[in-house]
Write a protein that binds this ligand. Structure first.
Ligand code: HEC
Ligand code: HEC
Length: 312
């Protein structure tokens, strides 16, 4: 009995050392810890309160040449695949840009997209390459502020996690486990539905492949599927990577997206919903499992005692 106890103590001791000592240490060596800026983008000045009517005029004159605004019945000028042929990526719908992106980021992005989203290194001067969205830095700051105010005024107050994901990440990242709505996966050109005819399904897949080919050319590589990303990466990594990808992967092609803190949390919620759909169920199972293990242990001890008693 004493010998068994000693072995148990030794095993428990080394398990705990590995769990609390070695693993976190190795982890911190492999993944550097980056301080989060709380999605405030402090280096970008807050725009003044703008004129909503003027902002609307400017948006209708400038932005809808590339972007749809579905909530205002402004259709996309071209389908996603054609857009990717022209721009490398499908410009996102602007219906909710004013609420999912921080105002100061949005103003800085409109003035200079490559600089604000931290991808200037992809468009070096003299290379002939330029960000597909023009810089509006020739506009007076009041006009840019008015555009931001207009976009804020039309944004929905309550967005679902999926809606934020689609506008902020969906043009670049697929999510093959996002299959609850139409039975098929999220692709960069939209939610694939279950088609009645195989040929329609294949036609859709071909469009996705065409889009991905253009996107890969624009980004230098195909952005990874995000279905399981929550399991592969730590919370700190995701938060700081999404806030400013360069801090974690210097030279990466992924732009900073400019989400608000709330927008970031919604995106994480969406990734949790698709990558780990049984989490709430499992969380509530936890306590029952502990209870089960406790009762089982007591029973096992009692049983062992009774067996040994008979033998002695
Ligand atoms: C010539 C086409 C074009 C025009 C005009 C244009 N955009 Fe864009 N815009 C794009 C493209 C392409 C992207 C996606 C770029 C990327 O993801 O690398 C984009 C991205 C954006 C984003 C997403 C930013 C982010 O952080 O994800 C916003 C917001 C935006 N545009 C707003 C505007 C506004 C406001 C205007 C008008 C003042 C405008 N755009 C005019 C092509 C355009
Ligand atoms: C304009 C395209 C674009 C947009 C928009 C975009 N990403 Fe990415 N993302 C990329 C590319 C390209 C990579 C691959 C980066 C690399 O390996 O250098 C990437 C990689 C990632 C990775 C993996 C990082 C790793 O550890 O390898 C995560 C996580 C990620 N993106 C999350 C997001 C989320 C969340 C959003 C929306 C808030 C988003 N991305 C929006 C292009 C994009």
């Amino acid at each position: 009995m004493m010998r068994e106890l000693k072995i148990l103590v030794v095993v428990v001791f080394f398990s705990l050392v590995t769990y609390w000592g070695v693993e976190p240490f190795a982890h911190s060596q492999m993944h550097k810890h980056v301080e989060s800026g709380n999605f405030e983008y402090k280096n970008m000045p807050k725009p003044a309160e703008g004129d909503v009517a003027k902002g609307k005029e400017l948006v209708m004159a400038n932005c809808v040449a590339c972007h749809s605004i579905s909530s205002q019945s402004v259709p996309a000028p071209m389908d996603a695949v054609t857009a990717s042929t022209t721009y490398g990526v499908n410009p996102p719908d602007l219906s909710n840009a004013g609420v999912i992106f921080a105002s100061n980021y949005l103003a800085a992005f409109i003035a200079d997209p490559a600089k604000a989203s931290n991808v200037s290194h992809k468009f070096p001067e003299g290379s002939g390459k330029a960000h597909p969205m023009p810089s509006y830095n020739y506009m007076p700051a009041e006009d840019i502020a008015s555009i931001v105010s207009y976009l804020k005024s039309i944004g929905k107050k309550e967005l679902t996690p999926k809606e934020v994901f689609v506008d902020a990440c969906g043009r670049c990242h697929a999510a093959r486990y996002d299959n609850k709505v139409m039975g098929e996966k999220w692709t960069q050109i939209g939610q694939k539905q279950k088609f009645k005819y195989e040929k329609d399904s294949l036609a859709f897949d071909i469009q996705v492949l065409d889009y991905q080919a253009n996107l890969s050319k624009y980004m230098g590589k195909l952005p990874p599927d995000l279905s399981m990303m929550l399991r592969a990466r730590s919370e700190n990594f995701l938060e700081t990577f999404i806030e400013n990808p360069q801090t974690q992967l210097a030279g990466t092609a992924m732009p900073a997206v400019g989400l608000t803190k709330d927008g970031y949390e919604k995106v994480m919620k969406h990734l949790e919903n698709i990558g780990d759909p049984s989490k709430p169920e499992r969380d509530s199972m936890g306590i029952w499992f502990v209870l089960y293990a406790a009762i089982f242990t007591v029973l096992a001890v009692l049983w062992k005692k009774s067996v040994w008693r008979k033998l002695h």
